[in-house]
Design a protein around this ligand. Structure first.
Ligand code: 3PG
Length: 209
């Protein structure tokens, strides 16, 4: 499970979650991420353009593209065929986890309870998504869960925003924070990405400070 991607995500601290509804935004999206040295993108299966977006972003080779909201084995397979290099799920999906382990693909299953985390660790998984982080107790819950699960690290998502992300980033039990607040299609569309670029720059600057 010691895949290079885990280390790289931990170094970047941000995992942008992106739902594609307009493929014409992809070039600008990529440009903004690269400029700010965020080399990851999680493209969610929440629109029918997900596979096209993954494929296009992966083909350009500038970003490490992952698939998010992966709820079925078919989605995991399609994602990998279209260039996804890691898989994020909102829950524990055994078929998806087994497929990823078999093919040495980093997988971040969604967890929210001790039972979920226990199930993930039984597959040998050491980094879990914690979702929806704000509703399931945020950092307080992560700190409590890290007692028994001292060897597990968390990728919290859900309700994380520009105001609270640094509290998560600074916590030792966290590899990175994920979410739609990092970059959004609507921000890219608004002013050719100027606001999206500024927002991302300010997040990255805070992490580096
Ligand atoms: C996820 O799937 O990780 C969440 O929907 C992200 O939540 P957010 O949109 O509040 O960042």
């Amino acid at each position: 499970m010691e895949h290079e991607i885990y280390r790289q995500i931990e170094e970047t601290k941000l995992l942008p979650l992106y739902t594609a509804t307009d493929l014409s935004c992809l070039d600008r999206l990529e440009e903004i991420l690269v400029k700010n040295e965020v080399r990851f993108i999680e493209v969610t299966f929440r629109s029918n353009l997900a596979l096209d977006a993954m494929k296009k972003l992966a083909q350009s080779g500038e970003l490490i593209v992952g698939a998010g909201t992966v709820r079925t084995l078919k989605e995991a397979k399609d994602a990998v065929e279209n260039g996804a290099k890691f898989i994020v799920s909102p829950a524990i999906v055994p078929d998806v986890i087994e497929f990823c382990i078999k093919h040495d693909i980093p997988v971040f299953p969604g967890t929210a309870t001790p039972g979920d985390i226990q199930r993930a660790t039984e597959y040998g998984i050491k980094v879990v998504k914690f979702f929806p982080a704000d509703i399931y107790g945020g950092l307080k819950a992560i700190n409590a869960l890290s007692g028994p699960f001292y060897d597990v690290k968390f990728l919290p998502t859900g309700g994380i925003n520009e105001e609270n992300f640094m509290e998560y980033v600074e916590n030792d039990h966290i590899v990175a924070v994920g979410g739609s607040f990092i970059i959004s299609e609507s921000a890219i569309q608004k002013d050719d990405g100027e606001t999206a670029d500024k927002t991302l720059k300010s997040l990255v600057d805070k992490i580096r400070a």
